[in-house]
Ligand binder design. Sequence first.
Ligand code: FES
Length: 145
Amino acid sequence: MYSEKVMDHFQNPRNVGEIENASGVGTVGNAKCGDIMRIYLDIDDEGIIRDCKFKTFGCGAAVATSSMATELVMGKTVQEALQVTNKAVMEALDGLPPVKVHCSLLAEEGIHAALWDYAQKKGITIPGLEKPKNDISEGLEEEDY
Ligand code: FES
């Protein structure tokens, strides 16, 4: 049911942990399944993501997608990190079963929330970044579960 990459990132998640004095921290949850994800970003003066860590209290797909998302944004600029959508994360993992697609939204939204926090702290606007939702189940259809 899960690809080898998903199983690998679930069993050996990359970049688990916290960053002290992170440039941006984002926490998002999904009220329907109760899963929560927190993403920490360390962004340098050039706007490049030097480090990214996560903590996820959630299902296996949420762990695997957070792990992959942290790998994908590492070393990228803030603008490039915005392109790391849940689709990009799923593709990098060789796909997810349809009932688990919503779990990947947690990863995308977690990154956006951390970028939003960074922008707030710096007093800047990141073009294309919208205020993230705290609960990603808002606006999702029933059949997405
Ligand atoms: Fe909730 Fe996967 S079931 S994120």
